[in-house]
Every structure is written in C-alpha cells, then in structure tokens.
Design a protein around this ligand. Structure first.
Ligand SMILES: Cc1ncc(COP(=O)(O)O)c(C=O)c1O
Length: 152
C-alpha cells in the first residue's frame, strides 16, 4: 500500500490511517524522490510503531554519502526493538559485491536466522571476509570519511 511523501518524508498520519501494522521506509534518502525524514515525523513513526507492537523495515540503502546536508542517524537507533534495519555495501563499495546486512530486534534474531538458512544463495564468503577485515581495521570508516561527497 503506497503512502504519499512530501518534503518531510513519508506522511505518517496517512500511514496510520491505513490501519497498517508495519511499514517499509527509506528515511535517510527517500526513494525515489530524495529527501530525509524529518525529526518530527521520526518521533511520530516511532510512537506509532511502539504503540501497537508492529515493525518498521528501515531500508537504509543510501545513508553514508551526504551531498547537501549533514548525516542523519538511523531510525533503528530510536527504536531498536521495533525496527528491522537493512544496510548495503552497494553504494559505499560496489553493487557487484552483493553484500548487505540486517540489524534485527532481539526477538527476531532466531526466526530470521532460521529463514535465512533456508535460502540456497547466500552472500559471497570471501568478499564478506574482506568486508569484515575493512570494518575491524577501521579502513571502512576511513574510506567513508575520505569520500568527497561527505560533508564534515
Ligand atoms: C530503495 C533501494 N533499496 C535498496 C537498494 C540496495 O540494493 P542492493 O543492496 O541489492 O544493491 C537500492 C539500490 O539502489 C535501492 O534503490
């Protein structure tokens, strides 16, 4: 069920009015028209999702590089029990890597793990190990900071 967006991002009142129990959103970079979910809408979205124990899937596919404003935090940081966070290396490294990640609420870790194990195609192992190395050594963070698109 599509929900309208404006310059502040998704229209949370219209979302709530649908009676939905969850939502897929792109708060850091509204897909496909751009824009960032405003602080007020973030608060409202979090209140709504916490009130009825639903889930928001935060597709954070393009948050690392900011062209016109400072970085914004993930919605997941405001409601870790109710937000399923999805990230990807497609924009920061290369889409051909086919590596992404999920940060899920504690109660979903087991069911999500069981579901993922049923998939025959996983992510490439060697590339995952290389990404883990970049993360552990701080090289990934340095790479992000060096990219010219990022504002201080
Ligand atoms: C809305 C949206 N979500 C997620 C992604 C990332 O997809 P993937 O990690 O499969 O490259 C993209 C890629 O541009 C996208 O446009």
């Amino acid at each position: 069920m599509p929900i309208p967006v404006d310059e502040q991002g998704i229209d949370v009142d219209q979302l709530i009015a649908t009676g939905a129990e969850g939502a897929l959103i792109t708060p850091s970079h509204q897909f496909p028209i751009g824009g960032v979910l405003s602080a007020g809408r973030r608060q409202r979205l979090v209140r709504w999702i916490e009130q009825h124990d639903g889930y928001v899937l935060e597709d954070d596919y393009d948050a690392e590089f900011r062209y016109d404003q400072a970085s914004v935090g993930a919605l997941q940081g405001l409601a870790a029990d109710r937000v399923i966070y999805a990230g990807t290396a497609s924009k920061t490294l290369a889409p051909a890597l086919r590596i992404g990640w999920l940060v899920v609420p504690p109660e979903l870790v087991r069911p999500m793990d069981a579901e993922l194990r049923r998939w025959k195609e996983g992510s490439p192992r060697i590339e995952q190990d290389a990404l883990a190395h970049l993360l552990q050594t701080g090289a990934y963070d340095r790479h992000l900071r060096k990219m010219p698109a990022n504002l201080p």
